[in-house]
Design a protein around this ligand. Sequence first.
Ligand code: TRP
Length: 399
Amino acid sequence: MAKKVILSGMRPTGRMHVGHLAGVLTNWVRLQDEYECYYEIADWHALTDDPKKAKEVEANVMGMVRDWLAVGIDPRKAVIFRQSYVPEHAELHLLFSMLVSVPRLLRNPTFKEKLAELRKRKGYTKMVLKVDRLSVEDELEQILRFIREEDERKALRMLQSVLNRVRDEVLERITTEVALDEAAIPAEVSYGLLGYPVLQAADILLYKGEVVPVGADQLPHLELTREIARDFNRTYAPIFPIPEPLLTETPKILGTDGRKMSKSYGNAIFLSDPPEVIERKVRSSITDPMKVRRNDPGRPEVCPIFHMHKVFNAEEAPQIEEDCRAGKLGCVACKGRLARVLIERLTPIRERAESFTDEEILDVIREGSARAKEVAERTMGEVREAVFGREGIGSHTDS
Ligand code: TRP
């Protein structure tokens, strides 16, 4: 039986860190034997929040693919390709864009988060907060005074007027917030950002992806892909599968400051970090802030060091958890053990990564993209025929 098609991708953010290894890459490596895998360097997606990022993309693509190869993504098994080398993505994205309503895209949770972030940075939230503060304190004081003076009638009248005001202000606040919600889209929000998940749908369906390994945060995007596939199939011709998510249980890896591990937070341990750097980062990482002294009992569930033990030191983790909770294991010793395990695990990856020349990496990307393009062209042939009929496809391929 033919292998099922897997499509997954990452935006080129540069060198990979242990969060990528635990969350995505280990899984990608495992899937390459069982499925026909396409792993995409989503370089157009990388521009959606800042078009000027194009300058960093080149180096980031190289660093990312270097690490993909180092952890065992095998170009003989999986197709490693670059989105922008397969312009069919843009064409399919365009046709899909007609099938998706703008309100549907505005409801996308990832977009809403981005919007909220931007608004906060630009001070939009302050406006909401200002309206939020109800100026009733003086009146309340006055009411209390009337009550103390046992002047019930005046207290009641005052209370009534306060309630009326509160009602009006709340109503006004709600209207203002609704207005902000709908109208206040900061100018930084591009058409491309709004269309991010439509491009992602094109990524997946161009290869007729049937299975998409993703983290839970990407589920809304996959849901939109499924809607687009169904809509296209109904509107034109049934050529797309309805892709299924493959929700792999991705272990949580926290950065050394306790937030989500991310290059942009400066809290990441990279696969390319040499031993001394790993040591230093682990040593300076936060742990459970309630565990101040060596013998204080700790809470492993809030400790980034313990989360890494769980993933990279699975055999010892249960004992470490027990000893930490019992106050029998101090953070310094615990970190020492983690540093040792990480160094052991990452050293061969780093050495392998360093062994590839730029030319070798470029070859992998070029060859993978050529293979991807063949599939993409075939699908686009079917798509053009479905949308425009035979004539449309004839005139296109004659060129
Ligand atoms: N949106 C994904 C992310 O943020 C990257 C991505 C782009 C992707 N195209 C894809 C993931 C297709 C899965 C399938 O990581």
